[in-house]
Every structure is written in structure tokens, then in C-alpha cells.
Design a protein around this ligand. Structure first.
Ligand SMILES: C[S@@+](CC[C@H](N)C(=O)[O-])C[C@H]1O[C@@H](n2cnc3c(N)ncnc32)[C@H](O)[C@@H]1O
Ligand SMILES: [Zn+2]
Length: 279
């Protein structure tokens, strides 16, 4: 596959688009054969995006503030305790789920269109990125998150499992650095409910998914129990979590060009799968 004069060995780079000029005809051309490349250059506006500590930074220029919970994720200590403690214990206490249940769900529901790259969106330290890399090959997987600390820790954990080829990108889920219909599948666990505008986040993912590819997610949902729902309404704003129900989700997915194919509820959380429809 070629981008301009450059022959790409890795088709993940053919999916990338510039988040500065936002020209969908733009291509981000790697400066060298390092992994990740030292930098990538926009073929249209010539902006250079650099890699730092194994993470390719493709951040949109406009500042974002994703709330205080994001400030917590942006700490080194959180990156260190995240997978083993915060995430695993939190999910078990709230939803009764273990990592194994999530990985089984992914193996059962994720379908990647053609040979196209797979994105683990809002990957944090990449527990699901590594499972996807084991299933589909690390050279096909990208993990994207806002937090540099989480991504750097993710790169180290992947190296320990000889999954060095995963491509780690610092970016924003609401302004993805990918072209229309370029990705085979997107997995987004534990994050849609943190977006300032979840519907916009789903539309942005729908834009970059190839028809037939799946969007798998783990989200906070409205609890069916009256008392638990009251508690949720009190606690959710505090933690910056937006809860929604199946009907609302189906409407958002429809606007994003996707259709719900599975919706499995676990108390205040749900794992769901949607398929990107042909327009
Ligand atoms: C609860 S963690 C979930 C991480 C991982 N997918 C998992 O299931 O363990 C939420 C992650 O979403 C990231 N995040 C939140 N908003 C984001 C955005 N707009 N773009 C990219 N990442 C975002 C945070 O940095 C954090 O690492
Ligand atoms: Zn550009």
C-alpha cells in the first residue's frame, strides 16, 4: 500500500488522517521504519506529529478538558494500579464481572471487517488491546487514549507479553485521527459514559468503521431497580458518568449508522455490540 511516494509496510498508517487540517484527503506519512515512527507528517498541511516514549501523539490542537475523572487517569500512580486494582475490583463490585467475562464477550462478538485494522478506543493500559493482539495479531491492533501515562504503561505491559507491535496513539475519541470507513472493528470498554457528548462519540466511531465491522462496548446504564437508580442519579454526576437506557442507545447508534445486535445487562452496566450498516 502506498501513501504518496512512500510504500507502507503497515496498513494501519493508511487509515490515519490529520487532526490539524482535518482534510480527509490528508495522509500521515511515517518519517522512518521505527515502531512507532519518530514522527508522521501530514501530506496536506505538513504538520508533524511526534512520538514520545513509544506513543504516537495525534492530538487535535483544541484544548479539551474531560473533567476531574480524567485528571485522575492522567497520573502515574493510577496507571500503575489501574488494571490490577481500580478496574478489576471496581467492575467486579459494581457489575459482578471479571476480565475473563469481558474477554469472552469480545471473542464471541467482535467481528473485524476484511483485514482492516482494529481499534481499542479509550484503551487506558490496554488490557483489551492485548487480548485483541493475541486474537488478531499485534500488527493489526491500535490502542488510543487521551492519557499519556496510561498509554506508556500499556506499551510496557504489551512488551512484557511480546506484543510490541501494537500501535499506541494519544488522541481524542471525539476527533479521531482516521479516515471515513477505514477501521475493521472498534472496541470501547468503560468510556462512552465518560464522554461529554456520548452521541457525538458514537457518531465519530460510526464514521471511521467499515460497514460490516462491529463496535463492542462496556457502558454504564440506568439501573432497573428503583433504589439503585436513585443512588446512581446521586453518584453519577460526581464521577462524571452519564447513564442511559437501551432505547436512548439505539437512537444514538442509528444516528451513527449502526444497529444494536447484542445488549447484555449486568446491574448498572452493559456490554453491547453494534454493527456498522452500509449507508
Ligand atoms: C475507565 S477507563 C477504561 C479503559 C479501558 N478501556 C478498560 O476497559 O479498562 C476510561 C479511559 O478512557 C479515556 N478517555 C476518556 N475520554 C476520552 C476521550 N475523549 N478520548 C480518548 N480517551 C478518553 C481515559 O483516559 C481512560 O483511560
Ligand atoms: Zn494536515
Amino acid at each position: 500500500m502506498a501513501v504518496g511516494d512512500v510504500e507502507l509496510k503497515d496498513n494501519r498508517f493508511a487509515t490515519l488522517r490529520c487532526v490539524v487540517c482535518r482534510d480527509l484527503k490528508s495522509r500521515l506519512v511515517p518519517s522512518d521504519d521505527e515502531h512507532p515512527p519518530t514522527s508522521v507528517d501530514c501530506s496536506v498541511c505538513k504538520h508533524t506529529f511526534w512520538s514520545q516514549t513509544k506513543v504516537l501523539e495525534i492530538m487535535p490542537p483544541d484544548a479539551i478538558h474531560a473533567g476531574w475523572s480524567q485528571d485522575v487517569y492522567d497520573n502515574d500512580w493510577m496507571a500503575d494500579i489501574y488494571e490490577k486494582w481500580t478496574r478489576s475490583i471496581g467492575t467486579f463490585l459494581l457489575a459482578g464481572l471479571r476480565y475473563k467475562d469481558e474477554y469472552d464477550y469480545l471473542r464471541q462478538h467482535l467481528h473485524a471487517a476484511y483485514d482492516a485494522p482494529i481499534l481499542d478506543l479509550c484503551c487506558a493500559t490496554g488490557p483489551h488491546s492485548r487480548v485483541l493482539a493475541q486474537e488478531y495479531g499485534a500488527g493489526r491492533v491500535m490502542g488510543l487514549d487521551l492519557s499519556p501515562n496510561m498509554l506508556q504503561k500499556g506499551a510496557r505491559l504489551a512488551e512484557e507479553q511480546q506484543l510490541d507491535d501494537i500501535l499506541w496513539i494519544r488522541g481524542n475519541a471525539l476527533k479521531l485521527p482516521f479516515g471515513n470507513e477505514t477501521l475493521g472493528a472498534i472496541n470501547c470498554f468503560g468510556a462512552v459514559h465518560l464522554f461529554p457528548d456520548p452521541a457525538a462519540g458514537l457518531r465519530e466511531s460510526g464514521r471511521v468503521l467499515i460497514p460490516g465491522g462491529t463496535y463492542t462496548a462496556f457502558v454504564a446504564v440506568e439501573h432497573s431497580n428503583f433504589v439503585m437508580r436513585r443512588l446512581q442519579l446521586l453518584g453519577s454526576p460526581l464521577f462524571g458518568v452519564k447513564t442511559f437506557n437501551r432505547k436512548t442507545l439505539e437512537g444514538w447508534l442509528k444516528d451513527a449508522g449502526m444497529k444494536l445486535s447484542d445488549y447484555s445487562v449486568f446491574g448498572p452496566a452493559a456490554m453491547f455490540t453494534a454493527i456498522r450498516l452500509a449507508q
